[in-house]
Ligand binder design. Sequence first.
Ligand code: ADP
Length: 435
Amino acid sequence: MPVLFCNQCCIMRSMTTNERIDHLERLLEVVRGLTTAPDLESFLQTVINEATELTNSELSSILEYDKSAEELRFLAMHWFQRDLLRPMGVPLDGSAAGWVYRRGQPLMIQDTKMDQRHFKVVDRVTRHETHSLVAVPLMVRGEVVGVLEALNKKDNAHYTEEDLTILETLGALAAQAMQNVSLQQKVRATAIELAELERLKTDFIAIASHELRTPLGLILGHATFLRETAGTDHAEQLDIIIRNATRLKEIVENLSDVDNVQTGVARVRNQKVSLAKIVGDVILTFQDEAKARNITLRSELGDSPFYLDADEVKLGIAVSNLVKNALQFTESGGHVTVKVQEDAGHFKVSVIDDGIGISAKDLPRVFERFFQVETHLTRRYGGMGLGLAVAKAMIELHNGRIWVESEEGKGSTFTFLIPVKQTQPLAPTSNPFVE
Ligand code: ADP
């Protein structure tokens, strides 16, 4: 075994090739532990055990910076020191770990009697005398999050550059593991927040659709009765009431549709229906509005009736919502076309417009409940952001799928595919609003 004597009379032993290979194998095992260790605590325990053995030290520990206390706290240590070190804080000033943390640089003290940076309180509490140490910062994306230190090189030896490299490697792995756990915690917290938001949306839809329906029905009923009996007196005002109450009714119906699907009570009537008729009826409903806005609204159906197993009302709602949007987001002089084609056991329906289009950033979100491209403060167009969510739910109730292709300023094409024959029963097997 090659042995060197340094000028301070301590023994420095250089490593043999076999020892180096052994060290590398052990470090590799720690790397593997990054993905296989059951939890952070056991991984950090492995790190300090290896730090102790590979640097031939008496002890090692990992300290983490505690933002609220503004000091370092022991995160991992040898089991026999646990009860003493856990409650203890190490100040940033007057400690070797604090020095390393503050500067983000490693530190080697070969003799603590000659170098006063060591924090003596820990020694007093643990009744252990530190005479040498090596410490490295734990870095996460350029930020120091803690410190890994090894104490008391055995056999009266000095710490070497090799020890420092080993500690830096172990420190990088410990920092990576700490970051992984912190990211996992953030992802978990975000998922909980999202679930809570989803629950609020669901509750709001249920409450709004139930509570608004009855008073709205009464307003519409009485206003229509007055409009018929009051002759021309106040006809204009009553028309305004009826028009706006009808608009509100549409919104409540959208809310009810969503509520029925999300609570699983949506009943789907499976009958032989003609897609050509459904599309024709929708075109007829919106033709006056299209003409008034100087938009060409037409269908491309050919002669086929496009019979399929479906719920006529629900498919009608889906097509109607798509056409309503296409008209709403198309300027005067524009075109809206509804195309139906047969495609390998499916019918493919496309609603094509040459309107304002949707930006690439908004495209993935348009089918979400309450999503609208415009913010509520600067809105030019009406709506609640439910039309597409309802259309999607209606198509998915039929075991179909819906998607959109669009380019800002050029127009949008909403397409759905729906099976001609239903092989599964038409009932909601899962809530389409939950990913
Ligand atoms: P709303 O009922 O408010 O229109 P939708 O769920 O139907 O809500 O649509 C969500 C958003 O998607 C709309 O606010 C609009 O920004 C965008 N959008 C939907 N259809 C089109 C379309 N054909 N062209 C451009 N934007 C559209």
